[in-house]
Every structure is written in structure tokens, then in C-alpha cells.
Design a protein around this ligand. Structure first.
Ligand SMILES: *Cc1c(COP(=O)(O)O)cnc(C)c1O
Length: 351
């Protein structure tokens, strides 16, 4: 084992056997049955003795078309986490460094470290917004090879406004630095950095089928970026990394984007209802533009509340001991029934 990995813990959200799972930001509803039927037909047509299309050209073209981009500007992999890992294999590694702004998605720094990339941590403000002076300080001091932003940010749910993203991009342009915008919850947000992508701009945007497309089980993610960069990633990734079934499932899903948009709208509506109901509980909440939100019990220990919810077969994400998130829990918006169960349980525990 490498010395620099020996003491590291893996990044694994507990998979407890509970009735109400609101801990990993999965979509509460599955894709429609017509999608499943289409996938099954595609699976029957798979030529099992042959390797899959190595370049996943059809899937990449279909993803690109959603953004008026070509297949050559799309890289696909097994979840956006594998996209991030491939980015770090290509642009990070020993002697290189990645900058993150905490609190943010823990896998950015975790994957960086497993690829031998040094991690420098900047801080967000107490309201979780990005402080541009802090970004400039970190970039000047550490001269990072990769800068990660996440919008909407996980776990806060906060969107980095377009002018903030443009300013960070201006800071990295002209340096030997790549800006990675993680938009795993992009379809929930009013703005996106996709429009800023161009051949001579050091920017990539990563997205996933795990959340808004209700396909966490499939493990499929992608990035949009300059053609030259996609080409470099293709040279780093293992050959035939994306199996034939997954390519078919991704293609099928894209035919159901109206259903996806309807599910997103339903989650946003439930988020509003849940956040409003939380106002009557002794908790602090933070506004969110994603499929989850953060809250902190005002006069109870977050770990205890988390455990009492588990005792009632409800699983949230326990962020209580994460840096900058003292006592906080993160709740994924579930079905109306699941959300009602959470509300009842919290009233029971906190009132
Ligand atoms: C869930 C999530 C991902 C990705 O996941 P995959 O399932 O690997 O596509 C990436 N970034 C953020 C911020 C997430 O919350």
C-alpha cells in the first residue's frame, strides 16, 4: 500500500437497511416503465461476445445534442465520480495540486488524494457563499493545477452565481490551471456554466445520470469540455470502460427528458413544502437550489437527532462532525409520503 494512502478512510455513505432513505440524494421516483422496457429490449440486442463501442459515440452525440455540442466535446464514464477521477489522473497526480473550497463535495479532495494530487483547502463564508478574495488568495499561494467548484454545492445546496463563476474563470485563465464545475444537480439550478465552454477556455462541466435522471443504479456520468481535453481523457481512461448495457440505458433515458423535467419539478415543489414545514421546528435551515437541504437542530446534538431518526427507520446524511458543518444534517427530498414521515418523526423528536 502506498504510504500516503495507508491511513486514509474510504468515502462511503452508510447503506443501512431502513424504510426511508434520504441520505444520498437519490431521486425519489424511478424512471417510467416505458424506459425500463426500452432498456430490456436493448439488452436483448446486445452482442455479448463483442466488446462495446469503445468511443460510446452514439451516447456522446445524444448527450452533446442536448447542449448544442458535438460528441467530441463530451466525455462519458461510470458515474461522474469516474469522470472526476479521470480528470485528476490526467491533470493531477504527484507534484500537482487541486484546490477545493470547503464545505463542498468530499469526493473532490478524496479522489484527488487517491491519485496522488496534493489538496489545498480554501474556505467558503459562513453562509456557504464563495469569497472571491479567498479564491484569489488560494490560487496565488498554491498555484493549483485544478480548481473545483460545485454548483449547486453539495452539501449546502447553494448555487454559485454566474458572475462568481466568470470571475473564478478569469483568475485561472492564462495560468496552467483547469476549472472543474461539478453540476451534478445542474437541472435544479437556474444557471449553468455550460455556456462558457470553448476550445480555448480551461473549463469543464461535469454532470451525472444519478440524480435528476433517476439512474443512480446505472453509474453513468459525463463532462462537457474542449475537444482537445476530451481527447486527452480518452487516452487516460481504460479501454471499453463503458459497457454496452449502460450505453443503451443512457441513450434510452435521453428519450424521456420530459419525464425527467416533471420529476425535477415535483422535487422542487416538495422541497418548498418541506422547507416551509421546517420553519415550525426548532432548527436552522439553509436555502437550497438542489434536491436536498441542510439543517441544524437549534438545541439538540445533530448526532443524537440523526440516531433517533435511524431508530425510526429514517436515514439522513450525518454531517454533524464535518468541518464547517457543526451539528448539521442533510436531508434528500423524498416522495411526499417519505417527507411526511420525516416531518412526523422530527416533530416527535424535537418538539
Ligand atoms: C452525487 C454527486 C456526484 C456523483 O455522482 P455519480 O453517481 O458518481 O455520478 C458528483 N458530484 C456531486 C456534487 C454529487 O453530489
Amino acid at each position: 500500500m502506498r504510504d500516503d494512502l495507508a491511513l486514509r478512510e474510504g468515502y462511503h455513505s452508510p447503506q443501512l437497511d431502513v424504510e426511508v432513505r434520504l441520505n444520498t440524494n437519490e431521486a425519489p421516483a424511478p424512471p417510467p416503465q416505458a424506459f425500463t422496457r426500452q432498456v430490456m429490449e436493448a439488452v436483448e440486442a446486445v452482442r455479448w461476445n463483442r466488446y462495446p463501442d469503445r468511443t460510446a459515440s452514439e451516447l456522446r452525440a445524444a448527450i452533446g445534442a442536448r447542449y448544442d455540442r458535438t460528441a467530441a466535446e463530451v466525455f462519458v464514464a461510470n458515474g461522474s465520480n469516474e469522470v472526476l477521477q479521470t480528470l485528476l489522473l490526467a491533470f493531477g497526480g504527484p507534484g500537482r495540486c487541486a484546490a477545493v473550497f470547503e464545505p463542498t463535495y468530499a469526493l473532490h479532495s478524496h479522489i484527488a488524494r487517491t491519485t496522488g494530487t496534493e489538496v489545498v483547502e480554501g474556505r467558503r463564508r459562513d453562509d456557504f457563499s464563495l469569497d472571491l478574495d479567498e479564491v484569489q488568495r488560494v490560487i496565488d499561494e498554491a498555484d493549483p493545477d485544478v480548481v473545483f467548484l460545485c454548483s449547486p454545492n453539495n452539501p449546502s445546496g447553494l448555487v454559485d452565481p454566474p458572475h462568481t463563476v466568470s470571475e473564478v474563470l478569469a483568475m485561472v485563465e492564462g495560468r496552467r490551471t483547469l476549472l472543474v464545475m461539478d453540476e451534478a444537480y445542474g437541472q435544479f439550478a437556474p444557471t449553468s456554466a455550460v455556456g462558457l465552454i470553448a476550445e480555448d477556455v480551461p473549463l469543464v462541466v461535469t454532470r451525472t445520470f444519478s440524480k435528476t435522471w433517476s439512474m443512480a443504479a446505472a453509474r453513468l456520468g459525463y463532462l462537457l469540455g474542449p475537444r482537445w481535453l476530451v481527447q486527452e481523457l480518452e487516452n487516460v481512461i481504460l479501454p471499453y470502460h463503458l459497457d454496452a448495457m449502460k450505453q443503451a440505458a443512457g441513450l434510452a433515458a435521453l428519450g424521456f427528458s420530459d419525464d425527467m423535467n416533471a420529476r425535477v419539478a415535483q422535487v422542487i415543489e416538495e422541497r418548498g413544502r418541506l422547507l416551509e414545514a421546517f420553519q415550525d421546528l426548532p432548527v436552522t435551515t439553509w436555502p437550497s437550489q438542489a434536491s436536498f437541504f441542510l439543517f441544524r437542530p437549534d438545541d439538540r446534538d445533530g448526532n443524537e437527532v440523526w440516531q433517533e431518526l435511524v431508530d425510526r427507520s429514517i436515514l439522513l446524511r450525518n454531517c454533524a462532525s464535518w468541518p464547517g458543518l457543526d451539528g448539521c444534517l442533510r436531508v434528500t427530498i423524498g416522495t411526499p409520503e417519505e417527507n411526511d414521515r420525516l416531518l412526523d418523526a422530527l416533530r416527535d423528536i424535537l418538539l
